[in-house]
Every structure is written in C-alpha cells, then in structure tokens.
Design a protein around this ligand. Sequence first.
Ligand SMILES: [Fe+2]
Ligand SMILES: [Fe+2]
Length: 283
Amino acid sequence: MTRVVVLSDLHLSPTHGFFWPNWLLARDAASRLDAACTIVNGDLCIDGPDSDAEMDFAARALATLPGTVLPLPGNHDIGDEPPGQDPNQLVDEARLARWDKAIGPDRWRFRFDGWTLLGVNAQLFGSGLARETEQNDWLDAMLADAKGDRVGLVMHKPLFVESPDEALPSPASLCPAPRGELVQRFCRADIRLVISGHLHKYRDRPIDGLRHLWVPSTAFAGERGLEGDARCGFAVLDFDGDHVGVEIIRPEGLISHNLAAIKQDGRYRFLREMPACPPELAA
Ligand SMILES: [Fe+2]
Ligand SMILES: [Fe+2]
C-alpha cells in the first residue's frame, strides 16, 4: 500500500492571514502521516498572480512539509485561463515565470506500485500559451510511458462540475474545448482517477467509469448550491492495487471559514483588496 496526502487551496498570504492557523493545523497533521508524497493541489496563494512576496511566502510555507512535496498551480497562483473569474488576472508568461522561480515545475510524474500519477497545470488548458503545447506533448509522452500502469490525473480544476457534456465555459472547471481534447488524450491510457481542488468541496464520484475526487480546501468552505461536503480538511489516499481508499482528515481546531463573511458580505470583491491583516508567524 502507498499513502499519498493531498492538500489543496491553502490561500496563504503574508499580508492576509485569515487561513494561516488552518494551514499550521493541516500541515502538522499531514506531516505525521508518513506519506510517500504530499501533493499541494493549487491555490497556494491569495494574490499569487500579482505578487512576488506572496509566491515566496507560499514557497517558504511548503518548505516546512516533510518528504516529497509535489505542488501544482491554481488560478490564485498564476491566474485563470480565459475567460476566467477576473479578466485582470489571466495566466501569462510573466505569471508562469513567477511560479517557476519561487516554486519550481508546474507539472510532474510520481510512480509507485503499478500507478502513475501525473500532475498538470490546469490553467494552461485553453490558455493558448506556448507552454500549453509543451504540456500536451509531455502528457502524451507520459501517458505512452505509463502503459501497464493505472493512471491518476491531478490538477487544480475539475474537468467539469456535474457532467462531461457541460457546454458553457465556466471558471469553475476546465472549458469545454480543452476538456474534450484532454479526455481524448488520457483515454488512450488506463485512466482511473482525476483528483482536483478549486471548488473547496469534498466529493468522490464515478462518472462514465472514471472516478472524480474533489479534495477540500484547508482555508475556507465551498459555496452552497453545489453538491458535496463544503467543510475544510485534506485527503489521505491509500493506493492498494485497484483499490484507492480515501479519508478526509479534519484536524481539531480547523475552521471552515465562511468566505462571504470574511469579505464582509459584499463589501470587498476580492480578499486581496481587504485591509492588511498579516498572519501571526511565531508558530
Ligand atoms: Fe481556492
Ligand atoms: Fe482555484
């Protein structure tokens, strides 16, 4: 059996410390699990697309995790692919370069016991950037090389929210055209599992023979109106042949913050616009 920890949506910042205590609780609990690797599935930051300091802060936080740490970028780290939630924060070369410099690669492979996990940069799909083509070529090579292995795909955004047929572009998931291309790619391999974050909900659902696992946030609760468990936490995956056991860990003291309340019920549109409230870093 191989154990993998998946943390997601930390939303850390040196100027806005709402979620720092939750991070410390999650990090300490995750560190005790002796996992083969710890995946950090995007949204490390609040304002990573526009702040060197924020990305460096997240990098220092990740450096306190033990063992093999496998980060992936989210929209709060490098910006969204178009159309995105905020037209001022779309993914571009400069934002990718900031991630590269502070964090490192934005895609990776992790192999163990008949499994290949492939972590990809979700925000590249539909971005039109040169790195989107590079990533697709890399993915083709990795999928070809994974022949005989069960494959798990890890990325910040889910492929879709409710149905693979969703036709409208949405910042909640991959957009329809790049989603279709990605599905064509990975259908050539023995794909078993897609792991995503971004929606701040836990959900574990087989759809058309593929298991879609949504990992909760360590920072704040997901919105109502979408099925799934909105409470904060992180996931522990135990891979044993064809079986993948999933447990959601919610360390004592972890607060499932209400984002709307933090943003003072509409007074602030984005957390980054709020008055500074730095985290207490003594711990
Ligand atoms: Fe998030
Ligand atoms: Fe996100």
